[in-house]
Design a protein around this ligand. Structure first.
Ligand SMILES: NC(=O)C1=CN([C@@H]2O[C@H](COP(=O)(O)OP(=O)(O)OC[C@H]3O[C@@H](n4cnc5c(N)ncnc54)[C@H](O)[C@@H]3O)[C@@H](O)[C@H]2O)C=CC1
Ligand SMILES: O=C(O)CCC(=O)C(=O)O
Length: 451
């Protein structure tokens, strides 16, 4: 038997087919670390830096600081599936459970070629602070599989999801860890995980959120992250004596979050002047017709080729002229290389960790106001919480109640963040970090160490 030890040194994006390697089995080895590429800082280094700044502002004890930083549990599993053509493909799946001091760990599962252990770790940590900022009774987790979902058929995606669920089913659960969708996954992915989990543990809809409505999903969850972005933006603008109406927006990413944000913002009179996705970028200084663009993107699987605007270089999207920039795709996109060219006055972080700490410094000197991810995109996990509550109660809320409650949480969250900014004389990112870290630290100390 020939065994091939495979240790990729950069991206964990490979789908290695055993038949292609000439080996009987492919083993993914080593402690794989993704190096920061070009101007982008490693996601975990960046997140730890923000955490440490917050810990310093709070005057946290160094031992407590260390305990909050180390993840509760890191899971790495090999997922091999037969592809539709009969060959085998192996993928690596991760679930990092960062902290459970405030409740069950909570966070999405991402399918993307650039999923790597450091990034999943960073995203799991961000979930811990995010659920605390939102003041919902959860800790933080995140998962991912290094794959390109666009290159897999629906039945391949189903097999991959079921194998992943088989490997982690004992480590997730209604009161331990509750997954949800993230980039490259959606309600159907959650339905497969629910079905696979239920084979081992009995039917348990609350084990995942972001499910299809027919399986106990919540009304309003699909739009929740985008709607939360709208409420967060309204709260920020109000403080600056402005409203959404008449502001010019640029949005990077036109998936679940970006497309819903665009729709809801344009309904409030905001002008979306440019958007991009993986297929391309388009611009119309008079404002894009969002309903037509949504129809086009659905029919053509992307924004490319939309006739209601001019094509532009997707690389320039973040530096397009606008009042408000909304990154709603990948992490680390705003970095030391492009920060000084950014023209917007406000950045609303709909994506997770879109801004490097180095870019934060540059933008702060330019007077750009950044609404940080752990508050700005917390609408998704907040409505996930409502979904979990509805499942446990066995009682479905109407959409108006979901949206009204979401608005209450986002408005209160903004007030709480601002309060911390005042207390610690800091920017909104540190306001949100100190708020989240302080709440988790308090819960940790109250629970004690079982001595
Ligand atoms: N779905 C959710 O409820 C939440 C998502 N987020 C974050 O929001 C961001 C977007 O997530 P979703 O909209 O759910 O994912 P999605 O998979 O629905 O959409 C992702 C979008 O990003 C675009 N994209 C991918 N690579 C790109 C690139 N190199 N340049 C430009 N566009 C690119 C895709 O074409 C697509 O339009 C992620 O950072 C995710 O972690 C945060 C909170 C909750
Ligand atoms: O809805 C959830 O539970 C988590 C959403 C998520 O992954 C995120 O907020 O980044």
């Amino acid at each position: 038997m020939v065994v091939c030890l495979h240790s990729p040194n950069s991206l964990l994006c490979v789908s290695i087919e055993a038949s292609q390697t000439g080996c009987d089995k492919v083993i993914f080895g080593g402690n794989i670390k993704k190096k920061a590429s070009g101007a982008t800082m490693n996601a975990l280094v960046a997140t730890n830096r923000n955490f440490k700044r917050a810990a310093k502002l709070l005057g946290l004890d160094s031992k407590l600081e260390k305990s909050l930083l180390i993840p509760f549990r890191e899971i790495k599993v090999e997922c091999t599936i037969p592809k539709d053509d009969g060959t085998l493909a192996s993928f690596v799946g991760f679930r990092v459970q960062h902290d459970n001091a405030r409740g069950p760990m909570k966070g999405g599962i991402r399918y993307h070629p650039e999923v790597d252990p450091d990034e999943v770790n960073a995203l799991a940590q961000l979930m811990t602070w995010k659920t605390a900022v939102a003041n919902i009774p959860y800790g933080g987790a995140k998962g991912g599989i290094g794959c390109n979902p666009g290159e897999l058929s629906v039945s391949e995606l189903e097999r991959l999801t079921r194998v992943f669920a088989q490997k982690i089913h004992d480590l997730i659960g209604i009161h331990t860890d509750v997954p949800a969708p993230d980039m490259g996954t959606g309600p159907q992915t959650m339905a497969w995980i629910l079905d696979e989990y239920s084979k081992f543990h009995g039917y348990s809809p609350a084990v995942v959120t972001g499910k299809p409505i027919d399986l106990g999903g919540s009304l309003g969850r699909d739009a929740a992250t985008g709607r939360g972005v709208l409420f967060a933006t309204e709260a920020l603008l109000k403080e600056h004596g402005k409203t959404i109406s008449g502001q010019r927006f640029v949005i990077q990413g036109f998936g679940n979050v970006g497309a819903w944000a665009a729709q809801l913002i344009s309904e409030q009179g905001g002008k979306i002047v440019a958007v991009s996705d993986i297929t391309g970028a388009i611009k119309n200084s008079k404002g894009l017709d969002i309903p037509s663009l949504l129809k086009h993107a659905k029919e053509h699987k992307g924004v490319k080729g939309f006739h209601g605007g001019d094509p532009i270089d997707p690389k320039s999207i973040l530096v397009e002229d606008c009042d408000i920039l909304i990154p709603a795709a990948l992490g680390g996109v705003i970095n030391r290389e492009n920060a000084s060219d950014i023209k917007s006055k406000f950045i609303i972080e709909a994506a997770n960790h879109p801004t490097d700490p180095e870019a934060d410094e540059i933008l702060s000197k330019k007077g750009v106001v950044i609404l940080p991810d752990i508050f700005a995109n917390s609408g998704g996990v907040t409505v996930s919480y409502f979904e979990w509550v509805q499942n446990i109660q066995g009682f479905m809320w109407d959409e108006e109640k979901v949206n009204n409650e979401l608005k209450n949480y986002m408005t209160r969250g903004f007030k709480d963040v601002k309060e911390m900014c005042k207390t610690h004389n800091c920017d909104l990112r540190m306001g949100a970090f100190t708020l989240g870290v302080n709440r988790v630290a308090r819960a940790t100390v109250l629970r004690g160490w079982g001595a």
